[in-house]
Design a protein around this ligand. Structure first.
Ligand code: FES
Length: 168
């Protein structure tokens, strides 16, 4: 008899280990895939969200622009609504500001405070911002309103993810 001959016990042990390992992998793979699936999803082709705002219709008066977008939260996708205050500055450049107050996150409104015309006003604690989104000293907000990067596509305004104002 050869020294390398596998005994019946060893054969059964190897076979059961192999089959058990295979079955365990078969059960674990879907769970691992489920847990990391959002990470594996390809990013959207464009990071800019289309709005219904025609670029040609943008004036020098801040106008509220609402837009819808899909938000991915792990494996749950929901439709959300975003808002921007949009106008053209003195040079004709588009400015798109986030409405989220930098104090505690309430929503600012344009020109709604009679005592401070032509300002963004936060009704929660009296926060004030100038037209370009700069926070007025002496009011609660500690930073300027965030700014949306934008592109123009087929005549319509597309907005990116709001980010802190540069130089602030
Ligand atoms: S949340 Fe806007 S001033 Fe406080």
């Amino acid at each position: 008899m050869s020294k390398n001959k596998v005994s019946r016990r060893q054969f059964l042990s190897y076979t059961l280990t192999g089959v058990g390992g295979f079955m365990a992998a078969g059960m674990l793979m879907p769970m691992v895939r489920f847990a990391v699936d959002p990470v594996l999803q390809p990013k959207a082709s464009s990071d800019f969200i289309p709005t219904q705002q025609k670029v040609a219709d943008i004036t020098d008066v801040p106008t509220r622009v609402d837009f819808k977008f899909e938000q991915q939260d792990a494996w749950y996708t929901s439709e959300e609504t975003g808002t921007a205050w949009v106008y053209k500055d003195d040079k004709g450049e588009i400015v798109a500001l986030s409405p989220v107050c930098k104090h505690l996150g309430c929503v600012v409104d344009w020109n709604s405070d009679k005592a401070n015309q032509n300002h963004f006003y936060c009704p929660c604690h009296g926060g004030l911002y100038t037209k370009d989104g700069t926070n007025v000293p002496g009011t609660p907000p500690f930073a300027p309103l965030d700014v949306y990067p934008y592109i123009e596509k087929d005549g319509y305004l597309h907005l990116g993810k709001a980010e802190p104002k540069k130089g602030a």
